[in-house]
Design a protein around this ligand. Structure first.
Ligand code: BV8
Ligand code: ZN
Length: 247
């Protein structure tokens, strides 16, 4: 794979790097994306499942959907794309800002991760906010009740119409403002305010690099667009960096 000379020059100089990721980086782990041809949102409407009103209307159906996704995620593992990002930590101050709730960056061992849309392995009571991790409910198909107040338990993910965790978002935004290079990996960049992260990086002088199998909403604003699978491009790119005499 041939990489743009300017990108190599930027990698030589850079210290801090942000990886802004979406469902595409987990596609090679067998987790379907949202908008791709077999994407989740093609079969099911986000407003019917990934929002609070839908949960209150039919908690068991929404819970069952998250149990179905958890089951897929727990039977898969991080791929070469997730792993390559951990290796970049050898030469750069790396920050992962992800929209993914699948915890695969965490399982790959990335040290600095900001989960903008939460994590499907965590749950909390909607009444008293007691937290429960996934192992408490492996097999329960119906929405479980809180042992301290009897309230319904929901996945700790951000649903449409819900605010992102403010502290997580503002820290991620700060990292975007400080980074030298921002990689945009496997995202259609249409969900807000998450999609402001690469724009904020650009506005603060970062070099934007997109890695995707097809053009997206943000392709016209990036400095370097690499067409390919994240699990193939990122290990190759790390191979190049490894040969650069970066200390
Ligand atoms: C909010 C968790 C304040 C749940 C998710 C401004 C403008 C327009 C709309 C809005 C706006 N501000 C707010 C909105 C509304 C809404 C929004 O953005 N709507 C969009 C659809 C227009 N935003 C919200 O509701 C947010 N909250 O704004 O609160 C507020 C409060 C009250 C009233 C108003 C506002 C909350 C949004 C978070 C929702 N939760 N996930 C769950 O997972 O169940 S979003 C979910 O969908 C993901 O987290 C992710 O963010 C998004 C999916 O996007 P991607 O990850 O990019 O996946 P996608 O399939 O689209 O693309 C995959 C890409 O990978 C493709 O490009 C494909 O080509 C590529 N690819 C595939 N394979 C590979 C690959 N690339 C590389 N390698 C491969 N192998
Ligand atoms: Zn409770």
């Amino acid at each position: 794979m041939d990489f743009d000379k300017e990108l190599i020059r930027k990698l030589k100089e850079a210290n801090s790097v942000v990886f802004f990721t979406g469902a595409g980086i987990s596609a090679e782990s067998g987790i379907s994306t949202f908008r791709g041809k077999d994407g989740l949102w093609n079969k099911l409407k986000p407003e019917e499942l990934a929002n609070f009103d839908a949960f209150m209307r039919n908690p068991d159906m929404v819970w069952e959907w998250y149990q179905y996704r958890r089951n897929i995620i727990s039977n898969t593992k991080p791929n070469a794309g997730h792993e390559a990002i951990t290796k970049f930590e050898k030469y750069f101050d790396v920050t992962v800002v992800t929209q993914n709730v699948d915890n695969l960056h965490g399982r790959a061992g990335s040290k600095s991760i900001y989960e903008l849309h939460g994590n499907i392995e965590r749950n909390f009571c909607i009444q008293c906010r007691t937290f429960y991790n996934k192992n408490n409910f492996n097999s329960t198909q119906n929405v479980p009740k809180c042992s301290s107040c009897g309230g319904m338990i929901r996945p700790d993910v951000v649903w449409f119409g819900e605010n992102l965790p403010q502290d997580v978002f503002s820290k991620a935004e700060q990292k975007a403002k400080e980074c030298d290079i921002c990689f945009i990996v496997g995202t259609s960049a249409v969900v807000y305010p998450a999609a402001y992260i690469p724009i904020t990086a650009k506005q603060n002088g970062a070099y934007l690099v997109e890695i995707n199998i097809e053009p997206t909403e943000i392709t016209t604003s990036v400095d370097c667009s690499i067409t390919g699978k994240a699990g193939e491009v990122l290990p190759e790119l790390f191979g190049i960096v490894n040969k650069l005499d970066k200390v």
